[in-house]
Design a protein around this ligand. Structure first.
Ligand code: NDP
Length: 374
């Protein structure tokens, strides 16, 4: 009984937003804002907005990330920063980031209401339902001091995930518990995150950027959910040891590689197709429906093969933890639910946008995500 009181007290204290974590967050966001504004990067035009204008995104995320990791490495070597600063304050940082997301959403909400009453050209959408507007957001592309907040937050989330992981890695080295499982988990996630930044320009045509408004759902998703829930496996491995057989390691690498091939291949094929609808797919001229929809390559196997690849990758991040606990499988399970939901919403959007062309595509490619299953 006493024990559970102590644990609860510890948990409550750890979950209370703390001023100690604020400098970490402020430093991180300031670095991202400055690096994003001054570092060179490819300027990518976004999709056309309702008023006919286009936003432009400077894709310098990879450079910003590498520079940040290098600076932190130098800072740690010189004793200015502790390599375990994040892993030592996991829950406290989580609750502070949560409070920050809440605050940002409030500001976005009020600025959205204000710009609607002024008739802004960025077309805010007020549904009139307070909770709905707060949760889904009012503005599609809110900007702050020349920074596109949606692009900025997703970048912060992906980089935050890597920083948390690296801090967990340093903690396990410091504790003398570094295991094959931890190395596999770290390696797969680092490759996934680096790959994301190598292909950052693809982000500019994703559903989140082109169709989702910026409200609590996206702010929380980017700033809290991505970095903290995607790193659960790392936190779990800090506290649990797992023995992997060589066969399990090989199988795990296999799931990662196939998942990566499908995920990156499918997203790349669509991206290339949108730029040049005649570009060959797997060495052959593409099969195109109504001049607009790609129906060959991965897009001829299932209508969202990219989701299948992502799910395999998510599974590969959890497999290093073995199968003794469901906790490390939180991410693939969550992603499965999210992507099934998202696929349904995207399907409805495409059916409305492409009408009979979409119906023809559905007939030609009947599978949604996994051929012969779903
Ligand atoms: P998609 O990249 O699949 O984009 C869907 C859009 O692509 C459609 O709305 C349509 O837009 C276009 N499209 C669909 N089918 C075709 C086709 N056959 N030919 C041409 N265009 C087509 O979806 P998302 O933006 O949701 O996802 C992008 C990636 O991000 C995915 O790999 C996903 O797994 C990943 N992701 C990861 C998450 C995570 O938490 N790890 C969360 C969400 C996504 P248009 O109107 O432009 O034609």
């Amino acid at each position: 009984m006493m024990e559970s009181h102590v644990d609860l007290g510890f948990l409550l204290q750890a979950l209370t937003p703390s001023w100690n974590s604020v400098p970490l967050l402020v430093g991180f966001f300031t670095y991202l804002a400055v690096a994003g504004s001054i570092l060179p990067g490819k300027l990518v035009p976004g999709v056309a907005l309702l008023d006919g204008t286009r936003l432009h995104y400077c894709c310098n995320g990879l450079l910003s990330l590498l520079l940040l990791v290098a600076l932190l490495g130098i800072g740690a070597k010189m004793g200015f920063v502790s390599p375990t600063a994040i892993s030592d304050r996991g829950l406290e940082l989580l609750s502070t980031t949560f409070a920050f997301s809440f605050l940002v959403t409030l500001i976005l909400h009020f600025s959205g209401c204000k710009s609607q009453s002024k008739g802004s050209s960025l077309k805010p959408h007020l549904s009139g339902n307070l909770i709905h507007d707060w949760w889904f957001g009012i503005q599609l592309n809110p900007q702050f001091m020349g920074i596109d907040l949606k692009f900025f937050f997703v970048r912060a989330g992906m980089m935050g995930w890597l920083l948390i992981n690296l801090s967990i890695l340093m903690k396990s080295i410091q504790d003398g518990t570094l295991s094959q499982s931890m190395i596999l988990y770290q390696l797969f996630c680092a490759l996934y995150i680096l790959d994301y930044f190598v292909h950052e320009e693809y982000m500019t045509s994703t559903w989140d950027i082109i169709a989702e408004r910026l409200g609590f759902m996206l702010v929380f998703g980017d700033l809290v959910w991505i970095p903290f829930s995607f790193s659960i496996q790392g936190w779990w491995l800090l506290m649990n040891s797992v023995e992997l057989t060589p066969a399990a390691i090989v199988a795990n690498c296999f799931v990662f590689l196939i998942g990566y091939m499908v995920f990156r291949g499918a997203n790349k094929q669509k991206h290339v197709f949108k730029k040049n609808p005649k570009a060959p797919i797997w060495g052959k001229p593409p099969k195109v429906i109504g001049g607009k929809l790609l129906a060959s390559g991965y897009w001829g196997i299932a209508r969202h093969c990219n989701y299948l690849g992502d799910l395999m990758l998510a599974l590969s991040f959890s497999l290093p933890c073995g199968i003794s606990s469901p906790i490390p499988y939180f991410y693939p399970i969550y992603l499965l639910i999210l992507l099934i939901w998202r696929e349904r919403r995207d399907e409805a959007r495409c059916a409305e946008k492409y009408r009979e062309i979409w119906a023809e595509y559905r007939k030609l490619v009947p599978w949604r995500i996994l051929p012969y299953v779903y």
